[in-house]
Design a protein around this ligand. Structure first.
Ligand code: DQA
Length: 139
């Protein structure tokens, strides 16, 4: 199985950005750990990050033909993007929404997610460990 792992805006700064909330691990560290974990589960991952909403929408379009599932951390677009929700609604395989932090413990504007209306499962607050745990869902 091929799983697309999609990361939204500012996650390129993971490890440097508000480490008290998001931890010290970089996105490259997360990718490396996921690749190792995926291999043990007989899964392959396509790892992607963009700060641009349209680029994420287009990657989801690409996933329509290629991916058996999507793990997505839409970051700030979680709370704003009908376009990403619509793109995910055009994708037929399972979707896991992931947040490093527990968004429900934070500001009220982070409590609503457009993507949750489409996701089979939602993870929040597991830190970067969540990315590996989410892979288990697809096994
Ligand atoms: C986030 C939570 C979002 O509210 C925030 O905008 C992010 C990261 C998380 O992984 O905890 O950029 O998705």
């Amino acid at each position: 199985k091929l799983i697309y792992v999609l990361n939204g805006p500012n996650l390129n700064l993971l490890g440097k950005r508000q480490p008290e909330i998001y931890g010290h691990e970089t996105l490259a560290d997360v990718e490396e750990r996921m690749r190792k974990k995926a291999a043990t589960l007989d899964l392959t991952i396509e790892f992607f990050q963009s700060n641009y909403e349209g680029a994420i929408v287009e990657k989801i379009h690409e996933a329509r033909e290629k991916a058996d599932g999507i793990i997505i951390n839409p970051a700030a677009y979680t709370h704003t993007s009908v376009a990403i929700l619509d793109a995910l609604n055009a994708f037929d395989n399972p979707v896991v929404e992931l947040h490093i932090s527990n968004v429900h413990k934070r500001e009220a504007f982070r409590h609503h997610s457009f993507v949750s209306a489409r996701a089979e499962a939602v993870m929040a607050g597991f830190g970067t460990l969540g990315y590996e745990l989410a892979l288990e869902y697809f096994k």
